[in-house]
Design a protein around this ligand. Structure first.
Ligand code: ADP
Length: 327
């Protein structure tokens, strides 16, 4: 018979994303509502290894739904990669009587959770907290909407100056393995081209399109590039374009970490609250070692080991939209 989960540990791990606090709040309050004890584990898996574990009350999560970052802090924990590190982590959880874990993080954190739950008898539930939206099994990840809106706001401003000076701007957004921030922000700001890791960058096509636009005196050009794009980001793409089109005034802007911070959008607060609530329900219903997602507005539960294998795919339809609307 499955054991009843009575004490939950919650942690945020890997890259931070706006909305993680809203998810922590949802987990803490739902757990307490159901009569469970909830513990906050500090700095991701590091807090498990180093026994930095604190009891959380309803008031511990007051006034955080609107705050970016994570009150539990996050880290990348080397010790957790080792069996000894994970054993220490397990012993620390046992000291507190914790018998269920909720991990808010990206696919790396899920991989760690999967390995941990295979080794020890602690059920783990994942919540997708990542600005990259690079996990299959959910239409949304906590933080993506805020990050993409931050990028849109910044690119709109760049467009003003690009227009004033008739310049070509190459703007780099985050996304080492996934091009969703680039794709969405690029479409929403009317970019001429969007370069993403999921597709081959055909530089000849970009040059041809720029030359054609020059002939038509269409001078405002924005190219949005994901950092993990084939050439290696905006600086590299700019070098190639400058060489081929020396007459073009090319400027590079790398948006960087502003995309991670800030108050979460309404959408991110909503999905974080909904997913956090359902994560606790999963533990209560013995639906173990899954991550919580939303697909077609319904809750969707993917086994952790599948979540780490699959990536989301960029639909070809979007690329056609980009091509037609930027012509
Ligand atoms: P994200 O969750 O944002 O993808 P990372 O890939 O950096 O971030 O993973 C976060 C943490 O999860 C790592 O620092 C490590 O502690 C843990 N982790 C990731 N992969 C593994 C693994 N294969 N084995 C054990 N722990 C892992």
């Amino acid at each position: 018979m499955e054991k009843k989960v009575t004490k939950i540990g919650v942690l945020t791990s890997g890259g931070d994303s706006p909305g993680m606090n809203a998810a922590i709040r949802a987990v803490v309050r739902t757990g307490i509502y159901h009569g469970m004890e909830v513990y906050g584990i500090m700095r991701g898996y590091s807090g498990m290894v180093e026994n930095e574990i604190v009891r959380m009350e309803s008031k511990s999560v007051a006034n955080i739904i609107q705050r970016g970052g994570t009150i539990l802090k996050t880290s990348r924990c080397k010790e957790f990669f080792t069996p000894e590190g994970r054993k220490t982590a397990y012993e620390n959880l046992k000291k507190h009587g914790i018998n269920g874990l909720i991990i808010i993080g990206g696919d790396g954190s899920f991989r760690g959770a999967q390995i941990f739950s295979n080794e020890f008898d602690i059920p783990c539930i994942g919540l997708p907290g990542t600005i990259d939206k690079d996990i299959a099994g959910t239409d949304f990840t906590i933080g993506f909407d805020t990050a993409v809106n931050t990028a849109v706001e910044a690119i709109d401003k760049i467009r003003d100056t690009a227009d004033a000076h008739d310049r070509l701007f190459i703007i780099e957004v985050m996304g080492r393995d996934a091009g969703y921030i680039a794709l969405h922000s690029g479409i929403a700001t009317g970019a001429e081209n969007i370069l993403i890791p999921e597709r081959k960058t055909i530089i000849d096509d970009i040059i041809k399109a720029l030359e054609e636009k020059e002939r038509r005196h269409k001078l405002v050009n924005l190219i949005v590039v994901a950092e993990g794009e084939e050439f290696g980001g905006a600086d590299e793409v700019a070098k190639v374009i400058k060489k081929r089109l020396p007459q073009q005034e090319v400027r590079v802007c790398i948006l960087g970490h502003i995309q991670r911070g800030g108050s979460p959008s309404c959408m991110d607060r909503l999905i974080a609250s909904r997913m956090g609530y359902h994560a606790v329900e999963c533990l209560m219903e013995n639906r173990h070692n899954v991550f919580v997602g939303i697909v077609n507005n319904k809750m969707n539960y993917t086994p952790l080991n599948e979540a780490v294998k699959k990536k989301q795919r960029i639909s070809e339809e979007w690329m056609t939209v980009v091509k037609i609307l930027s012509s």
